[in-house]
Design a protein around this ligand. Structure first.
Ligand SMILES: Nc1nc2c(c(=O)[nH]1)N[C@H]1C(S)=C(S)[C@@H](COP(=O)(O)OP(=O)(O)OC[C@H]3O[C@@H](n4cnc5c(N)ncnc54)[C@H](O)[C@@H]3O)O[C@H]1N2
Ligand code: MOO
Length: 428
């Protein structure tokens, strides 16, 4: 007798709306945030866990703003003996004042006796060797000198907890002599594909086999939003295989992303497994594609004494590759960004004008893959569909930089309609 006679005919999981699902995931993420110290070279694009104070004054000494001569301002124009020079980081000066000046370059420490700098353009060589003539004197005391700590004072808070570190902030940390930087830990995110039909890319395709596209795609995506990817390979559709991969994830990662096996089939083991060891917060979401999207948390010691050692988050993505793609952007990417400390982990949203008719889905809101660009003529953001939106067709995700949020309705949207778009890439 064939299988599938005794399978359930309806899902026991209530359908949740997408915003509620995202809120549930992010609120569970809040409980597992952790910090660590990293070297300056590793801090780019991460988020600060604590405030950071300047380790020293910037500049650490009175610095010349110009290439010129360090002078006593009150002595004014006239002929001066150049008694020495201070270039950035080096010095050989004797004295300033009483007819003497010292040559200084931009950024060099100004000798203590000097109270102003006269730029070279305001001077000329004097007839006598080793002397110069100051034609225009420094207008006031302090002229062209940056006092100690003008840019940053020692002990000043230069960056605050939860602030993002990018190019300028890396420079600021370095300039303030901060080497070990407190940041949120990046989550270790394990990726597991499930299915007897799957083979690695480049492998032999026997009867009914297809290439595992979800895992390479998800591993790449995890890295691109700041997670640390952990490859768990492919588990066959056997309870034992899925359970042991799940156990491995509990040891090696903070978050587990599975794909496949979350729907209604007789080999769909993910939901029962998660329910056995943890709490399934939702198992169906009102979205197209991505309906069987599942989220669970596993408490410490759920398997045995010490395993897992901390709370784990598990996202069960549907097997269809485009469903994976959409669910990653809507739920997984905000989760990873939240765990990395980002204050606003969501993708930006904009309003766009559609450039073609769009048939709406009467049952589920659709996240329609599109190319969003700036239309010079219309002076507006516009969107073009990526074509047939089948959840198996990865070409519909190719180059997509937006997900159009299309309402559930039994009608067709006309051309030029304003719709919301979630940006998942740079606007063209
Ligand atoms: N009776 C019902 N059947 C289905 C329903 C339903 O409500 N009732 N929902 C459909 C929807 S919507 C989706 S989405 C899929 C999700 O199913 P699963 O998550 O259980 O995924 P699988 O059945 O394992 O696979 C679906 C599809 O995707 C291919 N796949 C799986 N893994 C990969 C991979 N790593 N790389 C590439 N392709 C993959 C798999 O071969 C299947 O073609 O369920 C519908 N069914
Ligand atoms: O929700 Mo499924 O992801 O429509 O194909």
């Amino acid at each position: 007798m064939g299988g599938g006679v005794d399978v359930p005919r309806s899902s026991s999981y209530p359908m949740v709306e997408v915003p509620a699902a995202v809120d549930i995931v992010l609120s569970q993420a809040e409980r597992v945030l952790e910090g660590e110290h990293v070297e300056l070279e590793e801090v780019a694009d991460r988020v600060l866990f604590e405030d950071v104070l300047a380790q020293g004054d910037v500049p650490p000494f009175r610095a010349s703003i110009k290439d010129g001569y360090a002078v006593v301002q009150a002595e004014g124009p006239g002929i001066y003996d150049v008694s020495g020079e201070v270039t950035a980081g080096r010095q050989s000066h004797t004295a300033v004042g009483n007819g003497k000046v010292v040559y200084v370059t931009t950024g060099a420490p100004v000798p203590d006796e000097a109270d102003a700098v006269v730029q070279v353009e305001w001077t000329k060589p004097a007839e006598e060797p080793g002397k110069i003539e100051i034609i225009t004197g420094a207008p006031k005391v302090g002229h062209d000198i940056r006092p100690v700590g003008t840019d940053v004072k020692k002990g000043q808070t230069i960056l605050s907890a939860r602030e993002e570190v990018h190019m300028a902030e890396v420079g600021l940390l370095a300039t303030c002599n901060v080497r070990n930087v407190p940041v949120y830990k990046n989550a270790r995110v394990a990726v597991l594909s499930t299915g007897d039909e799957l083979v690695e890319a480049g492998g032999e395709l026997g009867f009914g086999k297809i290439v595992d596209s979800n895992r390479p795609m998800l591993l790449a995506a995890v890295g691109s939003v700041g997670g640390i990817p952990v490859d768990l390979g492919i588990a066959t559709d056997e309870e034992q295989a899925v359970t042991s991969a799940f156990m491995e994830a509990m040891l090696k990662s903070d978050v587990l992303i599975t794909s496949g096996g979350v729907s209604m089939g007789n080999k769909d083991f993910i939901k029962p497994l998660l329910a056995r060891y943890g709490t399934v917060h939702f198992g169906r979401v009102m979205m197209k594609p991505g309906k069987p999207l599942t989220f669970a948390t596993i408490e410490p010691n759920a398997f045995s004494e010490g395993v897992p050692s901390s709370r784990k988050l598990v996202i069960g993505l549907p097997g269809n590759p485009v469903s994976c793609f959409v669910c990653f952007h809507l739920v997984v990417s905000p989760l990873i960004r939240k765990l990395s400390g980002f204050r606003s982990p969501h993708n930006p949203r904009v309003m766009v004008r559609t450039k073609m008719e769009l048939k709406l889905d009467p049952e589920r809101p659709e996240y329609h893959r599109a190319l969003v660009s700036w239309d010079v003529g219309q002076r507006a953001l516009t969107a073009v569909t990526t074509g047939i939106q089948a959840s198996s067709r990865l070409l519909s995700a190719r180059s997509a930089n937006g997900l159009l949020v299309l309402p559930r309705a039994d009608r067709t949207l006309p051309v030029g309609e304003e719709v919301e778009a979630i940006l998942i890439g740079q606007i063209l």
